[in-house]
Design a protein around this ligand. Structure first.
Ligand SMILES: [Zn+2]
Length: 443
């Protein structure tokens, strides 16, 4: 009898402390700065990876670079008994599509797809860019190593594939190299369109663009700060949804913002030495990145990148001028830092890929009542749900209540007017879906 009681207590303790999972720490430890350094070096040594550059040479130009990336993904796949399906996705972009497309070009992306065991049509995506540029965006012949922009993000994506392909996940993961970024986000547009055609359910995309620079123009050197950019609400929202926001809230709670919060929380939980900065905007001021075409298609997507940029080392002809060494060369990349940001991606993808889907519908009620009420659609594979709330001025989901075996709940004494709310699904291992902001109301 005593034994049974003791065992019961032990299980209770375990289930209460199962907020972290050893596998996530193993993933962090498995990310190799040495392999990332090797891959960034190889990418930089293709001379130029400009989207319009040579595609025939085996040693120079974007053709050689993408064939090498594909071969590396295939090697990773061999090591996991063919767990990755490696494909090219391509679109012909005609001369004059914009001023930066000075001749017809095939924009070719490389996708390595790790199919999920339970939800194969649900995809979490990590991307880096293959292409590079110098001062003139149409100069496709001069040396353009693009070591940080964006061999760093590409190498991180390849390394994440090596690490995560050792595991099986319920949801699918895609490791992706995109082209045409510098010419006008063509590669991302191509894959986003392909995803729609294929009817993929995209959980989200982590666009990694420049994850290797630690000393910025702001004079700050930090190997722990990094930024997570997310737009406030989807550009695809309807007029009706826009109007509803005035009355029910959600100005800072779009689907991409929830994804940003997910990465922020996963980092704080497992890599507390890092300093994730959630930036409440689509991207840097007036500048772009490859998560945007996915946002345009209605998919959640964020940009993960260094916090302190150095503009003399981006989009520059390699030269020395007034004592300043311009150019995006290997010497400026911090490989340890790129490895840390790769780990941030890898643990966030693993957590999402091990989690059940989020509830599709979350209804909120409680107008002129003392308590906030919730109803949500049942999720197959969810062990329970977490109702989150936070002060309206807080960026993070600070309070939560775990519930099991129900699809409705009342938060006694929590007045609906004073907080923002959301609901997530929780799987058997404790991994959680992103939070869903209420998308319907009830009385
Ligand atoms: Zn760039």
């Amino acid at each position: 009898m005593k034994k049974v009681l003791f065992f019961g207590l032990l299980t209770l303790t375990l289930s209460l402390t199962a907020q972290t999972d050893q596998r996530i720490y193993d993933i962090i430890d498995a990310v190799s700065a040495e392999r990332i350094e090797k891959d960034i070096t190889t990418l930089a040594n293709f001379g130029t990876r400009h989207t319009l550059s040579d595609t025939v040479s085996q040693t120079r130009g974007i053709g050689a670079a993408r064939r090498w990336i594909k071969a590396e993904f295939e090697k990773t796949s061999e090591a996991c008994n063919g767990c990755l399906n490696v494909i090219y996705q391509k679109d012909l972009v005609k001369k004059g599509a914009n001023q930066r497309i000075v001749k017809d070009v095939e924009v070719v992306n490389v996708l390595a797809i790790q199919k999920g065991t339970k939800y194969p049509n649900r995809y979490i995506i990590m991307s880096g860019d293959i292409d590079s540029r110098v001062s003139d965006p149409t100069n496709y012949t001069d040396n353009s190593p693009g070591a940080n922009d964006n061999a760093s993000g590409m190498a991180g994506t390849m390394e994440a594939a090596r690490v995560l392909s050792k595991y099986k996940f319920e949801n699918s993961i895609i490791y992706m190299g995109l082209s045409g970024e510098e010419q006008g986000l063509f590669g991302g547009g191509g894959v986003a369109g392909y995803a729609k055609e294929q009817g993929w359910e995209v959980i989200g995309i982590f666009n990694n663009d420049m994850i290797g620079n630690i000393t910025g123009v702001d004079g700050i050197t930090s190997s722990t700060d990094f930024r997570i950019f997310s737009e406030p609400v989807p550009p695809t929202e309807t007029e009706k949804q826009r109007k509803a926001r005035r009355f029910y809230g959600g100005e800072v709670d779009g689907i991409s913002r929830q994804l940003a919060r997910y990465v922020h929380k996963t980092t704080k939980t497992y890599m507390p030495e890092m300093n994730p900065m959630m930036i409440y905007r689509l991207d840097r001021f007036g500048r772009g990145g490859h998560h945007r075409p996915f946002n345009d298609a209605g998919f959640p997507g964020i940009r993960i990148m260094e916090a302190h940029e150095n503009y003399t080392q981006q989009h520059q002809d390699i030269r020395v001028e007034d004592g300043i060494a311009y150019g995006d060369v290997l010497e400026h990349v911090n490989f340890e830092y790129a490895a840390k940001l790769t780990a941030v991606n890898a643990i966030s993808m693993a957590s999402i890929a091990w989690a059940p889907p989020a509830p599709k519908e979350v209804k909120i009620g409680g107008i002129v009542e003392p308590s906030a009420k919730f109803q949500w659609s049942k999720v197959d594979g969810a062990k329970g749900y977490k109702i989150y709330w936070r002060d309206t001025t807080s960026p993070t989901w600070d309070n939560s209540r775990y519930v099991q075996d129900v699809t409705e709940f009342t938060l006694d004494g929590i007045v609906i007017d004073n907080y923002f709310f959301g609901v997530s699904s929780v799987g058997a291992d404790g991994f959680e879906s992103p939070v869903v902001f209420p998308n319907a109301i009830f009385r």
